[in-house]
Design a protein around this ligand. Sequence first.
Ligand code: GRF
Length: 207
Amino acid sequence: MSGKSAGKKLRLGVLASHGGSNLQAIIDNCEAGNIAAEVCCVISNNKNAKALERARRHNIPAHHVCRAQFNSDEELDQGIVDVLKRHQVDIVCLAGYMKKIGQKMIARYRHCILNIHPALLPRFGGSEMYGRRVHEAVLKSGERESGPTVHVVDEVYDHGRILAQKKVPVMPNDTPETLAERVLKEEHKIYAETIDKIARGEIELGE
Ligand code: GRF
């Protein structure tokens, strides 16, 4: 996927399970004109996700799509793809989405699904590395730096091409919470910046 053609905004579909502060940062940057993109739909597996509420507040279609609504994992996978297609989404942004992405979605949006991870991949990634655990592992390792990674999603957890990283210091007295807060602040900037670079063709995602 190359940069947008003149005047055409990149259409984003965001998947989020909980708070959605990254979603909010993306919406705010789109609305402020800092990113040549618009959030066209938000999907959550969790009907109580604050992310859905945030979307509604901005008049963005908010969809609760979960396994219980379908007969199989494959149908759920297709159900999510159907919503994204209906909104003519170009790029899928995972922002704290706690479910594994299905094969159909990866095939349909190959190279065009992004994720943000709260540590410097390839370290501190994988299926068990989410939320507080990531920051606990960083602190335990004695690393002096951490920070967010934006990467392309493929079949393997936290594995696809790294598009951007930002280092922040790990302080001697950090707790998982204080480190998470420092990293999250940078997540909000780097996710928006990376999407903007894609929108402007500065980062090419490939066909
Ligand atoms: C972020 O830390 C992100 O790196 C991870 O999930 C968290 C989501 O936070 N993938 P929020 O819902 O965007 O506030």
